[in-house]
Design a protein around this ligand. Structure first.
Ligand code: ZN
Length: 260
């Protein structure tokens, strides 16, 4: 297992050194740019997630580029993509100009998919926090819990059962920062201890009866999907989770598949 991790880290270093690590496919139906940034909480997760994204791109015939390089955030590069996936990353490292290019991408009808750490953006500007929809506040220790799939009319949830048992780092959030977002999944706080936080009695992460985990919205001319799930590497090998992510990408890219 250690050997595999070593190989993944080398691959990740390679990815971080080239401007864009892409995989061409003759049947690309849309183009996806996955943006990650070094993050000490998720450096072990990102290499596994990226390998699984490559498989997802092959299986679903979409073009995939993975990058850590913020110089890709210019109009002429972003024009090539339909969806930007922020994998454990935020706009923290973008210059003001690069952020403006990203805003134009969304305003031109671009798609955004935020995964897990993308909501750790309390220091980022209001526009990005609204694009994500809610901002991460805190989390307890990793635990198993039961989620309720409250809306199955979206491609990211239509394959899931009403209840979904899962082990992850359960993020808590601020109130919704936009009005029209639709929550897809909630977590049932009675099935884990939201305040179990390393013996630190000052940390409380419970949100109560309504604890959102995944949602989507149209925002500022584009489409935005966010899922809280995805702390540990193993999660990115789970078929249900991969279908959840792909459903989000598919909707963000096309706007199709809603059954309201
Ligand atoms: Zn995490």
């Amino acid at each position: 297992m250690k050997k595999i991790n070593y190989v993944l880290v080398i691959l990740f270093m390679f990815i971080s050194m080239v401007p864009a690590f892409s995989q061409n496919h003759s049947r690309n139906q849309f183009q996806v740019l996955v943006y990650t940034s070094p993050d000490r909480w998720h450096n072990i997760t990102e290499p596994t997630a990226i390998l699984e994204f490559q498989k997802l791109a092959n299986r679903h015939a979409f073009g995939l580029t993975v990058t850590q390089v913020v110089s890709n955030f210019v109009d002429e590069t972003l024009l090539k993509y339909d969806v930007l996936v922020f994998l454990q990353s935020t706009t923290r490292d973008l210059s003001a100009e690069q952020l403006e290019s990203f805003k134009r991408f969304i305003r031109n009808g671009g798609g955004f998919v935020g995964i897990h750490g993308a909501s750790a953006c309390r220091r980022e500007g209001e526009w990005f926090r609204k694009l994500v929809g809610r901002t991460f506040t805190d989390h307890p220790e990793e635990q198993t819990a039961v989620m309720h799939v409250v809306d199955k009319n979206h491609p990211s949830t239509m394959h899931l059962a009403d209840r979904w048992i899962w082990t992850d780092e359960w993020y808590s959030y601020t109130e919704a920062l936009t009005e029209n977002q639709k929550v897809l999944i909630t977590v049932d706080e009675s099935t884990y201890d939201p305040d179990r936080t390393w013996g630190d009695e000052n940390r409380h992460t419970a949100m109560g009866a309504f604890h959102p985990i995944a949602w989507y919205q149209e925002f500022d001319g584009g489409r935005s999907f966010y899922t809280s799930l995805g702390h540990m590497p193993e999660l990115f090998k789970d078929p249900l989770f991969l279908d959840h992510i792909y459903g989000g990408i598919y909707w963000a890219a096309t706007g199709l598949g809603l059954y309201e």
